[in-house]
Design a binder for this molecule. Sequence first.
Ligand code: AMP
Ligand code: ZN
Length: 434
Amino acid sequence: MMRSPELEKMPRAELEKLQIERLQEKVKDVYEKVPFYRRAFKEKEVTPDDIQTPADLKKLPFTIKLDFRDNYPYGLLAVPPEEIVRIHSSSGTTGKPIIAPYTQGDVDTWAEIMARTLATSGVTREDVLQNAYGYGLFTGGLGFHYGAELLGASVVPTSGGNTKRQILLIQDLGATVITCTPSYALILAETALDMGVDLRETRLRLGVLGAEPWSEQMRQDIEERLGIIAINIYGLTEIIGPGVSVECPHKCGMHIAEDHFLVELIDPQTEEPVPYGQEGELVITTLTKEAQPVIRFRTRDIVSLNPEPCECGRTMTRMSRVTGRSDDMLIVRGVNVFPSQIESVLLEVEGVEPHYLIVVDRKHAFKSDELEVWVEVSEDVFSDEMQKMEALEKKLRSEMDSVLGISARIKLVEPKTIARTEGKAKRVVDRSEL
Ligand code: AMP
Ligand code: ZN
């Protein structure tokens, strides 16, 4: 098993040398093979030869979520389509999803990154790892699966849901590690209690949790209720999926796999660099991705960076918890939701006005367990009979469901009841503010 642990502890100067070599190669690659990047480079009047030092990175153009939509589905490929062996996906801002294609080389590299990531978090080949991240288009399930197998742990691929069965399997198979979202970890604890099972008395000892924001408070809660150490892990579809960064057992920031991902921190407004220790938007360039390399991707995730070596001996820069977003994305029950998607549904449906309010229950930054949409109906629908209102509500519910990938509660309200603003409309409110 290749886990390249020596890379995690390499001196910064050596790491930077490796990064610049890989960057130069990737920049050349996308310039030659991806028309989108060639055009973007030309607009900024930069060529691969201009990239000589890490500081030259800022000469390159940014890539944003919209670029994925505009080039959907295969416009950002840097390899011939027959090289693709797998495609994952996540929701985009409107209409089209974000897709993440992988070559065999990408799949192998990702497994290696995830094996190392899991090892960093404390997983070993002696562990029985129950993987309750969703298997399917979402990167979580298969990302953890391949990494854990490569590490040599015994993987139980439960995927999400069917919570009672999950509890039984944890007991019967003696799972020592649970991997899932922090919200699902709490659902497991609650369900176990209902079943008369105390998870603290099982062999569970470690949780590798992520894919949505959570707080230190929530960590303590999870650790107490499940009797585990809870470790934070971060990743995103555009870059690779899980494995971009993870905490070591010191729990003092997530070590970024900098041999694969080059990070910058910028002020989301001015796009100027932000110094270490201060909060800014994370920007990531992939250094080893083959199928769909990404240059300076604006993640919209707000974090701070710490380049000091960690007590664990790793030299890889650590990122803080994600404390917010520089856009209006929400994560509802594990699914990315953009207000623009909701708006696009409303604009398609007859009988509703483009005035709406998204009501969420946001305990941790941009994560919510609930999604409720208040929609203004037009005068004529409102004065019509009840049946029409019910039919409209049903239609909206099913349209939302198919566009968002999760169900939303719809509340139809009278014309002109949702507050109008002259400036930027406030579309998302927390239930506690109502
Ligand atoms: P997806 O591409 O669907 O996996 O969503 C990626 C997004 O999920 C990231 O850009 C973050 O906003 C969020 N995310 C993933 N992991 C974490 C984490 N550990 N803490 C906070 N947010 C996270
Ligand atoms: Zn560490």
